[in-house]
Design a protein around this ligand. Structure first.
Ligand SMILES: NC(=O)c1ccc[n+]([C@@H]2O[C@H](COP(=O)([O-])OP(=O)(O)OC[C@H]3O[C@@H](n4cnc5c(N)ncnc54)[C@H](OP(=O)(O)O)[C@@H]3O)[C@@H](O)[C@H]2O)c1
Length: 329
């Protein structure tokens, strides 16, 4: 089969389009013909060797995707040849070959049906980012509906967090560097949209919130912004740390956590078991349907143009960046 092969760790430039052996379904696997795959920043981190996983090389990246099942393992009872499915978070694209290929083998317990009335494009890149956003929102057991601030809000995790935070009854504040994307984020439910590059953003936020402060920040960015995020928190306010797209936090005085008893907690979607992923996914899709919300697709790129798709992801998308791998059947 044709596949994008990562020959060595170091950079995404070490990928080339080549030939790999067709995968064979293990006893608990299915093999899927990939229709659409989705890109994630973690693919880049893995290629750069900045990720804990050290898969066998050449490796095929790509964690998310949708497709049609073409064979099933001996122990698989829940899926049949011809079924369409999406891949939930799991080993695909990390410890084992991923979806930037014509065919992929997937553990049957890491699959879900395409949600009712969703297009294949909407389903293709949703699972990883919605499961992550859900963990970021719900890992604080005593969080009541309040004010949620989301950084990097136009990205995959950001859009998912905006929609789920609204569905859970929060007032949603978003940060995006682009005025156009701030408007798009308001259109999907953000109550307040500001630019992190506006030196006055914290004053503007405080004016918009009045007596209220931020109860939970979901941070995809890190870097210089992190201490500014802490500064917006109210009493017992928390930060769910999801990503670090702007790199390390340069200076951080822990005294800023004392007086409002703020808490910082990491998010790791990989800690969801297959069973938890299926349960959380069912809840997420119910929350979205109750609000008639759907995943946003930024762009769909031809299979042969994966490097251009990664360039689009790095430039800052509005929703998910997808790769069209095969015919949507
Ligand atoms: N912890 C976990 O389990 C987990 C799971 C999934 C993802 N992640 C991480 O979460 C982060 C976000 O993922 P994603 O899929 O949402 O990414 P994404 O789709 O690439 O979107 C990130 C958004 O952040 C902004 N951004 C990008 N680079 C930036 C920079 N250098 N400085 C400031 N803003 C920047 C852009 O928004 P604007 O252009 O609108 O400003 C972009 O749309 C990544 O670091 C990813 O690796 C972690």
């Amino acid at each position: 089969m044709q596949a994008w092969l990562l020959g060595k760790l170091g950079s995404l430039d070490n990928m080339h389009l080549g030939e790999a052996a067709d995968p064979v379904a293990g006893r608990h696997d299915v093999v899927m013909e990939v229709a659409l795959a989705a890109l994630n920043p973690a693919d880049r981190y893995l290629a750069q060797g900045q990720y804990p996983a050290r898969p066998e090389l050449p490796h095929i990246l790509g964690r998310d995707g949708v497709g049609r099942i073409v064979s099933v393992g001996a122990e698989v009872k829940t899926w049949r040849v011809g079924d369409q499915a999406l891949i939930l978070r799991g080993p695909v694209g990390v410890e084992r070959a991923g979806t930037f290929a014509r065919l992929v083998a997937v553990p049957a317990d890491s699959l879900a049906k395409i949600p009712h009335e969703w297009s294949l494009e909407q389903a293709a890149g949703a699972s990883l980012v919605y499961l992550t956003a859900y963990q970021a929102l719900t890992q604080w057991n005593d969080l009541k509906p309040g004010q949620v601030l989301i950084t990097g809000a136009s990205g995959g995790v950001g859009v998912a967090a905006v929609q789920l935070a609204k569905a859970l009854g929060h007032t949603v504040v978003v940060l995006s560097r682009s005025a156009e994307k701030q408007d798009q984020l308001r259109a999907i439910g953000a109550d307040i949209a500001l630019s992190p590059h506006d030196s006055q953003w914290r004053r503007k936020l405080s004016e918009a919130l009045g007596q209220r402060r931020v109860d939970l920040a979901i941070d995809n960015i890190g870097g210089q912004l992190f201490p500014e995020i802490i500064d917006t928190l109210g009493m017992f306010g928390r930060v769910s740390v999801v990503g670090r797209l702007a790199g390390p936090v340069p200076q951080f005085n822990t005294a800023s956590l004392f007086f409002r008893r703020n808490k910082i907690g990491g998010v790791a979607v990989a800690t969801y078991s297959a069973e938890e992923s299926r349960r959380v996914w069912a809840h997420v899709t119910n929350l979205l349907s109750a609000k008639n919300a759907r995943p946003l697709v930024d762009s769909v790129h031809p299979f042969e143009q994966l490097p251009a798709a990664f360039a689009r992801l790095e430039a800052g998308p509005m929703g998910k960046v997808l790769l069209r791998v095969g015919a949507a059947s």
